[in-house]
Structures are given as C-alpha cells and as structure tokens.
Design a protein around this ligand. Structure first.
Ligand code: SF4
Ligand code: SF4
Length: 434
C-alpha cells in the first residue's frame, strides 16, 4: 500500500511521456511527407545560427520589450523545469527533495528558481495585457481568431498556474521552510496558510506537487496542438534554415537543362529524348507534399507572433496577403493530410482538397512583392516567401495562370528580349521625340 503513490506516479509519467512520444512520431512522419532537400552544407554556420537565434534569441531582442520578456519566460521556464528531474526521482523512489542532500548549493538553486518563477509570472501577465488589453495590432489580424487566439491565452494561463503551484508547493512544505534557506520568495507566501494544521499543509503541499507534475505533462502534450511547438522546433528549424541570400530563387534542374539544350548549336533539335530520360516532375507546389521538408518544418515551427505580417508591405497596404497565414495554412493542411493518412491505414487518399485554392488563394500569392521583409523579421528563421514562390511557380508553369500583366511581360521577354511590348531596335526611339 505504501508503494501506491509511486506506482500511480510511474503510470502518470509513462502515460504522459508515451502520448508525447506518439505525437512526436506523427510530427516527424508529417514533416517527412515533404520533398527531400540537401541541407548537409556549411555545418559550422548552421550550428552558429542555431546557437545565436534559437538559444541566444538574437532576433527576438530586436523588439526590446517583447524580446526581453520572452527571454525571461523562456530561460525561466526552462531552468525552473530542471526541478522536474527532482520531482521525477522523488515520485519514483518515494523520497522528498532528494537533491537537498547536497546542502547549501541546493538551497541556492531553489532561491534562483523562486526568483525566476516570479519574473516569469510577471512577464506572462505583461504578455497577457499586451495581447488582451492593449490589443497589439498583430495579435488581432484576421487569421488570429478562434483557436490561434485562444491558444495564445491558454498557454499564458498555464504558465501562471504552473509558477503559482511551484511557489505554493514550497510555501506549504514545512520541512523545507524550517531550513529557512532557498525560500527567498515562498517565505512571503507561507503566512497565507498560517493557522492551518500540519496535515492540512501537507495535503496542500502534496496537491501542489502532483498538480505541478501533471500540469507539466499536460503542457508537454499540449505542445503538439499549439503554436508552442516552437519551444522544441526552433532548434532544428534554425539549424536547417536557409543559408543562401533571402529570396534567392532555385533554378529547376529540368528547366536549366532544357534552356542549355536550346542554346547549344550542336544539339539536334529533332532528336528523340533519351530512353532513360525521366518525365519532368511537377513544377512548383499546389499541395504540402510538393514542398520540401524544411518548409514543412517551418510551418510547424511558426509561433504565430505576426512579426512577418506586421512588416509585410502587401499586408500593410491592405492586401489579403499575410505571411503568417501562409505558414498557418501550410501547417493546417499538413495536419489534415496527416489525419487522412492515419484514417486510411498509412496511405493518403485523395480528399479533393489542396493547399492552393482551399487554403491559400491566388490573390494572396500574387500580392507578394518578394521583398523578403517577412523572412528578415522572423525570429525563428522561417521563410514564408519560399512557399509563396513555389506556389506561384506551379501557377505559372503548370497552369499558365499568371496575372495578365505578368503573362504579357513574359511574352515580351520571350519575343523582344525585354519586358516592353516593342522590338529591341525601337528601344531608343524615345530620344528622337525629345
Ligand atoms: S516577401 Fe511577400 S509576404 Fe514577405 S513581406 Fe514581402 S510582400 Fe510580404
Ligand atoms: S513566420 Fe515567423 S515571424 Fe511570421 S508569425 Fe511565424 S514565427 Fe512569427
């Protein structure tokens, strides 16, 4: 009977971690639905990017208020959760504050945790005020309704509750308080419970302890359904992020080959294609499976912060385009495809839908100026422009569905070697009119 709490703890822990592992497997499977892309180059630069951008939060602090608050929440939350290790060992072995055997350093660390808990709590309240009272514009755009809006708030409430539970757990731990060290903050909460008997305090302490670990396990599993996946994915995403200049277009191998052949005077224009010539792949992307896996990883990593949209000239001038929505749509469609695969025993069955049209409209795609401001603004190295360009490529090369102005320009380039609708010989005619 004395082992019952330990057994219960082991069951809760295994269930929580098991469900998380199942979702991670699904996440990896979905990301792998993307096309292969070679990201094995320049490893040192990639590591540097990951350390600077994901760990060092270098792009977050460009907006100092949000940046500093985010660093506090991020660092605080991660460091405080180191304490989970002690909770797990205590829970499994039935010990109490097992690490306290090391003495003074333990209490110094708990002091630090308590200070961080308060800082995280205050930062989260400021985030909540910015979101819900000040109503920062980027959190109230069209795509930020229903789930994305609630998700942002849920996580703030969650963090407040977890920090509170941590402090209450310390404040009602009579054994811990009697040492009177490491309780730099919780000593001021202890009086809230004065007059309560030892056994009531013990019950509150145990309840806070259980709720704290259960809360952390729920948080862990909530990540998959939330924009907060970036807590984990920011690391691989910044590592695999694009190293070439922003907005640089990749040439299609098949097209490059074709053009080279056209320009080669020694090639027989009437020769039949070689027998082993592969049929041309689909040009561009109309659905998530046509994007590469890094682009799909980007979609899952998006924090929905809206920094990209708040810098996007198309969005700022009232166009329908929002780079954040491009990423959210890509992730939503990818999730839909993943669920389809789950439902159909590992095989995707055509559902008559696709990313292009059902999620992202051509109006949005053609509103993009390709300025790369969104790529520059993103704090976790996401590249919405690359998805827009792939989808435009599909429209142009597979559907010949470019806007008429572009079609005219392309025809002019083809016929006149310039975007203007007149012969090359007439280019200087304007000077005769002066
Ligand atoms: S590249 Fe396109 S989507 Fe990105 S900021 Fe510029 S106009 Fe907006
Ligand atoms: S793409 Fe980047 S900047 Fe845009 S909402 Fe997502 S995380 Fe924020």
């Amino acid at each position: 009977m004395t082992y019952l709490p330990n057994i219960l703890f082991a069951i809760v822990l295994i269930t929580g971690i098991g469900y998380f592992a199942k979702n991670v497997k699904k996440l990896i499977r979905n990301i792998k639905l993307g096309l292969d892309v070679d990201v094995s180059d320049n490893k040192s630069q990639r590591w540097k990017n990951m350390v600077m951008i994901a760990l060092g939060q270098s792009k977050m602090v460009r907006r100092p208020i949000a940046g500093v608050l985010h660093v506090i929440v991020y660092v605080g939350f991660i460091i405080i959760n180191i304490e989970v290790l002690e909770i797990i060992i205590d829970g499994l072995l039935g010990t109490h504050r097992i690490f306290s055997v090391i003495g003074k350093p333990y209490y110094l660390v708990i002091n630090l945790f308590e200070i961080l808990a308060v800082l995280v709590f205050v930062s989260v309240i400021i985030f909540w005020i910015r979101r819900n009272i000040i109503k920062l514009k980027r959190f109230w755009k069209k795509e930020m309704t229903s789930w994305p809006k609630n998700d942002g708030n849920f996580i703030l409430y969650f963090e407040m509750v977890l920090m509170m539970l941590f402090l209450v757990m310390n404040a009602t731990d009579t054994q811990f308080q009697s040492v009177n060290s490491g309780n730099i903050i919780s000593q001021f909460i202890t009086p809230w419970f004065s007059g309560m008997s030892e056994s009531v305090l013990h019950t509150i302490e145990r309840t806070a302890w259980w709720l704290h670990i259960i809360g952390i396990l729920i948080f862990l599993n909530y990540l998959y359904f939330s924009k907060h996946l970036h807590i984990l994915l920011a690391f691989p995403n910044t590592y695999y992020g694009k190293l070439t200049p922003k907005g640089q277009f990749n040439n299609l191998e098949a097209v490059t080959k074709e053009v080279k052949m056209m320009m080669d005077p020694n090639i027989d224009p009437f020769a039949a294609p070689a027998e082993d010539t592969e049929p041309p792949a689909k040009f561009g992307a109309s659905d998530v499976q046509d994007l590469n896996w890094v682009q799909l990883l980007n979609a899952y990593t998006c924090t929905e912060c809206g920094r990209c949209t708040s810098e996007c000239p198309a969005n700022l001038t009232g166009k329908k385009l929002s780079p954040r929505k491009i990423m959210m749509d890509t992730r939503d469609r990818l999730e839909e495809v993943g669920k389809n695969i789950d439902k159909n025993k590992g095989v995707f069955k055509d559902d008559g839908k696709q990313l292009l049209g059902d999620y992202i409209t051509t109006e949005e795609l053609w509103a993009c100026t390709t300025c790369s401001a969104c790529v520059e603004a993103c704090p976790v190295s996401i590249d919405p422009l690359s998805i827009i360009l792939e989808m435009r490529r599909y429209l142009v090369m597979e559907q010949s569905a470019a806007p008429v102005e572009l079609n005219n320009m392309m025809t002019n380039i083809e016929n006149n070697g310039a975007p203007w609708p007149y012969n090359q010989m007439d280019r200087l005619n304007w000077k005769d009119e002066q």
